[in-house]
Design a protein around this ligand. Sequence first.
Ligand code: MLT
Length: 407
Amino acid sequence: MANVNPHYRKLQAGFLFPEIEMRTRAFLENNPNVSVMRLGIGNTTEPLTPTVVAGLHEGVDLLARPETYSGYGDEQGAQALREALAQRYENYGVALDIEEIFISDGAKPDSANIQSIFRQDNAVALQDPGYPVYVDSNVIGGRTGGGADGQYEGLVYMPCTEDNQFFPALPGRKVDLIYLCSPNNPTGAAATLGQLKTFVDYAREHRAVIIFDAAYAVFISDRRLPRTIYEVEGAKECAIEISSFSKEAGFTGVRLGWTVVPKALVCEDAAPGELNNLWLRRQTTMFNGASNIVQQGGLAILSEQGQKESQELVGYYMANAKTIRQGLEGLGITCYGGDNAPYVWMKTPGGMPSWAFFDKVLDECHVEGTPGSGFGPSGEGYFRLSAFGHREDIERAVQSIQDNLTL
Ligand code: MLT
């Protein structure tokens, strides 16, 4: 007799983005002549750059010749790609051994799977609002009680609000796993070195582990801000970093990311090296590596020319972010983000509930955004607009909000 994993039954509603998609589809069924401008999910829209396209072609060509064909690749990912990533960290002033870098098919699966190497009774703290994968994966992992109103018993929610510039205070009780994301999805806030240091100091003191999501690091334009948590002294002893090529190079559908598990990382009952080994064990058991063609594309992204092109791509989306933020502020709406991150985090006018505002913007302006409450209870009363879109669609969306939103 088989039984389901009961923790799945605790999950509330659907995953945020399919839920939005469902509501938009229902709206379109009722309004078949309307075209909706999609600023909801952060989905890239611009084509791959020429250097990356050439890299992917090269990956195919290598497989087409007997002397260069390869089957399963190196377990942790192609050595050349890990070396190129280590060089990126070197440019940030951080030395990494390539055995500390694990290539994957993206930051989302890694940020969901990483919890599996930690004990089930570990207490988890998360930024609120935050990327829903952190919460849901820990619910599935059995680290929570039941849920109600978008919250789960047992999780420590760390509110990120206007009052703390969207960076949380340290948790009020001892926790073991801490999820941080900077630049932040959804608030767009990018943490300073000093802010990250407070958490690194806490984690080292309590032998806790920080799971740091750096998927938007390349969107940081303020050079004083850290682009990796390892810029903070001592972070290698207490932090895992997860990142991705999705947003930097338009790989949302191509899929390629990486996770850094330093050998110096420790926790309550693990000496240096053990967590690195456990993640290797997990990945080699449950994952057969990222596509070798795609990894060739990743190498192209990290080449000198590839980096120039991807910076242009990032610049394109960030110009969109500026258009969104200025357009909304022109209406007197309070906005955050959009300067070091591709998301604009706006306060709903009059404190309207996030989902009601979602319906209103869809209905009046034909623009899809993401309700802030979908990212956690402290997101209530906020709304996120993504800067990933064709320039003309972004401009049309902003114009439509300006012309049609009744305030
Ligand atoms: C988002 O829109 O928050 C993310 O882009 C979705 C994702 O990367 O999974």
